[in-house]
Ligand binder design. Structure first.
Ligand code: PMV
Length: 311
């Protein structure tokens, strides 16, 4: 039996603007993971059996439709590994990540599947190749992904990311304590991404200006991360959130959780990922983590994750 896993991710700064060429910063959430187990098949069966019991799915690779992201992750990996002979394997996938919520569930599933198959077949893959395969799967999920999710999950390191540029791994001098609140409203990435595109096409001046402002926040945030200026990072998160609100990407539930976190003493809070639902994240001093976590639960968060990120 082979086991492999991949972390979730959170975008600290720059979501959406990153699709339009601005930089963004994302971090892995190593404590929240997807695990994939690969075993042999029961006697008398043949092929690749994919089981995802958390979402009640079980099917054979050859029966899956071409748009199925899990099946695509398997097929693209086998192609990349140059496997010609039929493979017999039973994959079981377990995830701690809520789906379509901004925590990178789709990228994490892909990366865990790719790692598991490559380990099972004893054919190692470079991290860049793992990221490339996961990106191809992301393109099936949503048409124009920037590539930030597959990159941060594959490298499992904080990244400063500009679309179509080599990702820069950035050191984080002081560990970041993040509290993540899930609104419980799942939102497919394509919806906010295409809505924003329509708005930008109607008013490129205003939206382009906002994207640039976000880009400036990201550049400042990189310096703050490197110098350990945690309080200023919180302020930048709030500024990024204001711009995301201006662009219409927040939601009442997100606002409610963000306000609750700030009131309980968070240094800053914002939505993370595609928005219009999904998760928010708050940056906290270690000694206020418990208070913010409780405040988010009381404000109605469906799940709360407390996690620490270091460089
Ligand atoms: O919500 P997620 O994890 O799919 O993140 C989407 C991030 C966007 O910037 C909104 C889109 C992208 O492709 O970068």
């Amino acid at each position: 039996m082979t086991l492999a896993s991949a972390s979730g991710k959170a975008i600290l700064f720059g979501e959406h603007a990153v699709v339009y060429g601005q930089p963004a910063i994302a971090v892995p959430l190593s404590q929240i993971r997807v695990t994939v187990q690969v075993e042999g098949l029961d006697p008398g069966t043949t092929g690749v059996l994919i089981d995802a019991p958390d979402i009640n799915q079980s099917y054979w690779l050859h029966e899956a439709d071409g748009e199925n992201p899990l099946a695509s992750a398997v097929s693209l990996t086998l192609d990349e590994l140059g496997v010609k002979a039929p493979v017999d394997a039973h994959l079981t996938i377990h995830s701690q990540l809520p789906i379509a919520s901004g925590l990178g569930s789709s990228a994490a599933v892909s990366v865990a599947v790719i790692r598991a198959l490559s380990a099972h077949l004893v054919k190692p893959l470079e991290v860049e190749t793992i990221s490339k395969i996961a990106y191809a799967v992301e393109c099936i999920h949503h048409g124009t992904p920037s590539g930030i999710d597959n990159t941060v999950v594959a490298y499992e390191k904080p990244v400063y990311f500009i679309r179509e540029h080599k990702p820069e791994l950035i050191p984080i001098s002081t560990p970041l304590k993040l509290i993540i609140g899930d609104t419980g409203e799942s939102m497919r990435t394509t919806i906010p991404v295409s809505l924003l595109r329509e708005r930008w096409e109607k008013d490129p001046g205003t939206y382009g200006g906002w994207f640039e402002e976000i880009g400036e926040i990201v550049i400042k945030a990189r310096t703050m991360l490197e110098t350990g200026s945690i309080e200023s990072l919180g302020t930048l998160m709030d500024q990024n959130q204001t711009l995301l609100e201006d662009m219409g990407l927040s939601s009442l539930e997100l606002q409610h959780l963000i306000r609750a976190a700030r009131k309980a003493g968070a240094l800053g809070a914002k939505l993370s990922g595609a928005g219009m639902g999904g998760i928010m994240l708050a940056l906290v001093e270690p000694d206020s983590a418990q208070i913010v976590e409780t405040a988010l639960r009381e404000a109605g968060a469906k799940q709360v994750f407390t996690t620490e990120v270091d460089g």
